[in-house]
Design a protein around this ligand. Structure first.
Ligand code: NBY
Length: 809
């Protein structure tokens, strides 16, 4: 790896680069220009390694994995890349001499909003770990021109603004025009006999879309590996446009041009009820087909191996079902373009593809209407139909007369394509993202598939990049850990365990308290600057940051806050442990209850904060536009991590791990990875409450829960519910939430778990009052968090699913 020798060399190179890029005096440069200049300098340093990494993979003909995900929520790259190549100090010093502060330059980079939430962020942590472990693995996705909307709060309500993140240019990407491929949509497809009588497919009258890759280097941590995140952009094909024009139909030609440019224009929000999903299906096929074509092309050109050995050299992972069209698309390429038979193609495909499921919520399971699917992807539909026919024939011969079983496993049923069923059928591996979630998949969601293919199922508990979420986000804590146990944990996060002996060390506890205070101060300053509000840093920082969803129960949190407010109102002498409640998260634009939850939080926040007496004991804030960068500010400052989803609903959660790694105490249900966090730290070091998943399940199956009964039997709950609709909360009404709790019988057991949650909050206050005990818990959480590094997760995927090995160089 090339390096800057010292700050003098940095300054010289910076000056040269800046002049070429901006043609102006250094003193006139904007922070954005400074950031971009450093980004291009980093690219200069790594470019040889980037080329070399790919050469070595090809020369040694190693097996490579391609992680297909419709989202990669990578966050800012300047700081993580500087840390990765170990050039942060020299850069900081050089900049200082030139009159800039690196900490002011870093925020000039915009967060690429190429994801909604956990699923997209997981993909980003995974490619970070692949490079850190020197594993040959790359990302494949879409280069959305607009990311997920920017969120503003106006009059207590969420307003969505477009996120035009590319406006000032993106220095990390490299456009590779020579690697463009074409993706076909529409037209007619049918089978006809060829010369020797076997069937061949004809696909005609389709329209072609040009897919152009933009590559982003994924830089390994203190090693020479540079992998690739390949993002595809849709462009119209000139030939296609001229062809349409030559047919004399200008309107049609322009419609073509327009619709093509739409494909990579917007990231879809996490909103299962939206219409106009045709474009989403086009996005899915677009990046799947483009990615696969470029993989097959590269395999043939560089590996010189038979196409029948494809699965020995290539693993393809699909992150949820959005890329599940990989299965029929690989079949198409193998059969139509490589002349492979159906049976051989199916074997290769299944051996190549592996699938991760991220949800069991029935409304979030992807399905497509057959007529739309057929019209848009006629060739792919023929293949899916054949997959389904062969599969159902097998199922019906095994279980004659059992149509309910056929329905449970069909790919095509009731006029719809069931993507999860396609994904399980076409993969050799299916995994959930936390132990409890993987168990639920086997026991219920995919039970019939589990009985057919038990060996395919496994668990891979999620993880997070400890580089971004500890080393980068919390350098103060990172150096404290170095002082105590050395810096070996930075490469080997399981070594965080070595902190265990320090849990009751008074001097370590004192240092940790100082670090936490410093991080709370930093956050308090941000809140002061942005919201003109003071928060007490001696209060408990209790934080819930994640997408707003009914099942995640931000409502439970805010109802408890309202309850505390009433207690303080009713009893002016009451003293509680001072608290700062912080919320952050976006609601899908079309999700009414989620948007109403945001409004409720903001209205309650104003009511609480503007009460002079009560706001001395508690403050509530909704922080706008929660994203990766804001997360890097929030996780380090947290005392309490709110992980309060209805048990059985949150597949894993990953924010829970980010809080834990930064020393916060989990206040949570036994859901997702909370179960494993609880097992690692024990009852003494986290606070668990509420129904268990099996209890929730029992209520669903056998009934027996009535939220109206809770309402009539409990005065506190009655008061809270009434307040939602009687105007007593600042004259505002929350009918949709009231309805979801009472008329719709509280699908997510908010009222049922309310009492238990209040007790858990009291337990938190009690433990916080015992400072040495609290510090002890904080240390144990940090020490046990090494397991939740995505390095561990990726090692398991590499060993058990992909069968790939590190490549040292
Ligand atoms: O994936 C999340 C799970 O809810 C969380 O428990 C888990 O930790 C995380 C990583 O495994 N799922 C998630 O983030 N899903 C989405 O973002 C998403 C995006 C788009 C759509 C559905 C879900 N969609 O239908 O368009």
């Amino acid at each position: 790896m090339k390096k800057w020798q010292d700050k003098e060399e940095f300054k010289k190179l910076f000056t040269e680069k800046a002049h070429i890029l901006w043609e102006k005096d250094l003193r006139d440069m904007t922070l954005n220009e400074v950031y971009q200049t450093i980004a291009y300098m980093i690219r200069d340093l790594v470019s040889e390694d980037w080329i070399r990494t790919n050469e070595i993979y090809a020369e040694q003909k190693v097996k490579q994995v391609y992680y297909f995900s419709i989202e990669f929520l990578i966050g800012r790259l300047l700081e993580s890349n500087l840390l990765g190549i170990d050039m942060d100090d020299i850069c900081r010093q050089g900049l200082e001499d030139l009159g800039w502060d690196l900490d002011k330059v870093i925020p000039a980079e915009r967060d690429p909003g190429l994801g909604n939430g956990g699923l997209g962020r997981l993909a980003a942590c995974f490619i970070d770990s692949l490079a850190a472990l020197q594993l040959p693995g790359h990302g494949n996705s879409i280069r959305y021109q607009y990311g997920l909307f920017n969120q503003r709060i106006v009059d207590n309500q969420q307003v969505e603004l477009p996120d035009n993140w590319l406006v000032n240019g993106y220095p990390w990407e490299v456009k590779k025009v020579d690697k463009a491929v074409y993706v076909r949509f529409g037209g007619n497809a049918y089978m006809r006999p060829d010369e020797d009588g076997s069937l061949e497919c004809v696909h005609e009258k389709y329209s072609s879309v040009r897919a152009v890759p933009y590559d982003v280097p994924i830089i390994g941590y203190h090693n020479n590996t540079v992998n690739t995140l390949r993002l595809w952009r849709a462009e119209y094909s000139r030939e296609q446009l001229y062809q349409e024009l030559s047919l004399g139909d200008r309107r049609r030609a322009f419609r073509y041009k327009d619709s093509v440019q739409q494909i990579s224009r917007f990231l879809y929000p996490d909103d299962s009820n939206e219409d106009g999903r045709r474009l989403r299906l086009m996005q899915e096929y677009f990046f799947v087909s483009a990615g696969l074509q470029s993989i097959v092309r590269h395999y043939k050109k560089k590996y010189h191996e038979s196409i029948y050995k494809f699965d020995r050299y290539v693993a393809i992972h699909i992150n949820d079902t959005h890329p599940a069209l990989v299965i029929p698309e690989l079949m198409r390429i193998l059969m139509d373009e490589e002349g492979v038979s159906w049976d051989a193609a199916w074997n290769i495909t299944v051996r190549t593809v592996a699938y991760t499921n991220h949800t069991i919520l029935p409304e979030a399971m992807e399905k497509w209407s057959i007529p739309m699917f057929k019209e848009l992807l006629p060739r792919i539909y023929l293949i899916v139909e054949e997959i389904n026919n062969r599969w159902l024939k097998e199922v019906r011969s095994l279980y004659p007369g059992d149509e309910s079983r056929a329905r449970d496993v069909a790919v095509l049923w009731d006029g719809q394509v069931h993507m999860a069923h396609l994904a399980v059928l076409g993969s050799h591996s299916v995994n959930g993202v936390a132990e409890i979630h993987s168990q639920i998949l086997k026991d219920s969601t995919l039970h019939q598939f589990y009985t057919c293919f038990p060996h395919r199922f496994s668990n891979k508990t999620n993880g997070i990049s400890h580089r971004r979420w500890l080393i980068e986000a919390n350098p103060q804590l990172a150096s404290l850990i170095d002082e105590a146990i050395g810096d070996g944990w930075r490469r080997t996060p399981s070594k965080l365990q070595d902190l265990m002996p320090f849990a009751d060390d008074p001097s370590f506890q004192e240092q940790l308290t100082r670090v936490k205070k410093e991080r709370k101060d930093i956050l308090a300053r941000y809140i002061r600057d942005r919201y003109d509000t003071d928060v007490r840093t001696d209060s408990i920082f209790d934080i819930q940051i994640k997408r707003i969803h009914l099942y995640k129960r931000q409502t439970l949190n805010i109802l408890h806050i309202l309850h505390l407010y009433y207690l303080l109102k009713d009893n002016p002498k009451l003293k509680i442990t001072p608290r700062t409640f912080l919320f952050g998260g976006k609601a899908a634009a079309g999700y009414g209850e989620a948007k109403e939850t945001i409004r409720l939080i903001n209205v309650v926040a104003h009511m609480v904060n503007s009460d002079r007496r009560i706001s001395k004991q508690m403050k509530v804030l909704f922080l706008e536009n929660y994203n990766v960068s804001l997360g890097q500010l929030l996780f380090p400052a947290a005392d309490v991590s709110e992980q309060i989803s209805t048990a059985g609903k949150e597949a894993s959660g990953t924010g829970n791990m980010k809080f834990m790694m930064n020393g916060a105490i989990t206040l949570g249900t036994l859901d997702g990875a909370n179960v494993e966090i609880h097992r690692k730290v024990g009852d003494e070091n986290c606070v668990i409450f509420g129904l268990r998943a099996d209890e929730v399940m029992n209520y669903y199956i056998h009934g027996g829960y009535s939220s109206w009964q809770m309402y009539s039997g409990d005065a506190d709950i009655r008061r809270l519910m009434d307040a939602l609709v009687d105007g007593s909360i600042s004259g505002e009404h929350f009918g949709m939430l009231y309805s979801s709790f009472l008329d719709k019988n509280d699908e997510y057991f908010v009222l049922k778990d309310f009492k238990s949650y209040c007790q858990a909050q009291q337990e938190i206050a009690k433990r916080y009052g015992n400072h040495p005990q609290w510090c002890h818990s904080s240390v144990v959480n940090i020490a046990q968090s090494g397991y939740f590094s995505s390095d561990r997760t990726i090692q398991q995927y590499a060993d058990d699913i992909w069968r790939i090995k590190p490549v040292k160089h």
